[in-house]
Write a protein that binds this ligand. Structure first.
Ligand SMILES: Nc1nc2c(ncn2[C@@H]2O[C@H](COP(=O)(O)OP(=O)(O)O)[C@@H](O)[C@H]2O)c(=O)[nH]1
Ligand SMILES: [Mg+2]
Length: 210
């Protein structure tokens, strides 16, 4: 029997305009911080994570600032894991993350692999979002929250992505075992139908002989 291995997953980076989505992805992939990007471009990246057994490739969509509702819904259907980013300096971006969370939970439930990222923690003096608000959103998303400054460092970014990859692997294993259980159920039910048919045939042939 062939063993399925986790070789990759589709990840969506969600968040309002200017929260640092592109800076986050670029930091994660290159460890570098580049300040300015075109906000209206949606980008798709393939990022290979070396692993002892098989390489794992993440397909990452860095969503654009002005996404249509249809686009958001497409991304929610497409993604296997989600990074929700808001900026602690921008209340509207927090509210935007809450709206995206509602859309995700409505469509996919709250068990989907996800992490919440509170970005721009280097700008505490102009903070607009309380920690408690972020914690409550993370609870609703059923996921951990990471306080990061993409501008200041790589560590928080990589920790958030490592956590997401752990959740994605767990989900993969869960799906594999569910598939195995349902394949087993199918075999069992085939066997059951066969046994039933066999019993019927026997009792018919028995009554024929009486
Ligand atoms: N101070 C600060 N600025 C940041 C941080 N992350 C991103 N930015 C800046 O925020 C702006 C928007 O970033 P960008 O990645 O284009 O946001 P996006 O629209 O969500 O993709 C840029 O000027 C970034 O340099 C951060 O952690 N701290
Ligand atoms: Mg961007």
């Amino acid at each position: 029997m062939s063993v399925r291995r986790f070789t990759g997953a589709k990840v969506v980076i969600f968040g309002g305009p200017g929260v640092g989505k592109t800076a986050f992805v670029v930091r994660y992939m290159t460890k570098r911080y580049i300040g300015d990007y075109d906000r209206n471009k949606e980008m798709m990246y393939n990022h290979k994570i070396p692993s002892p057994r098989d390489d794992v490739t993440l397909e990452i969509v860095d969503t654009a600032a002005s996404e249509s509702l249809e686009n958001k819904e497409n991304h929610i259907r497409w993604g296997e894991g989600f990074v929700f980013i808001y900026s602690i300096t921008d209340k509207a971006s927090f509210e935007y993350a809450c709206t995206l969370k509602d859309m995700l939970v409505k469509s996919r439930g709250s068990e989907v692999p996800a992490v919440l990222v509170a970005n721009k923690c280097d700008l505490l003096s102009v903070k607009q979002v309380d920690d408690s608000e972020g914690v409550s959103l993370a609870e609703q998303l059923n996921c951990p929250k990471f306080d990061v400054s993409v501008a200041e460092g790589y560590t928080g970014v990589s920790e958030a992505m490592e956590e997401l990859v752990i959740q994605l692997k767990r989900e993969f294993v869960k799906n594999c075992s569910q598939a195995a259980v349902s394949a087993n159920d199918k075999t069992k039910s085939k066997l059951f139908t066969f046994k039933k048919g066999f019993k019927k045939r026997i009792s018919r042939s028995h009554s024929d002989t009486v």
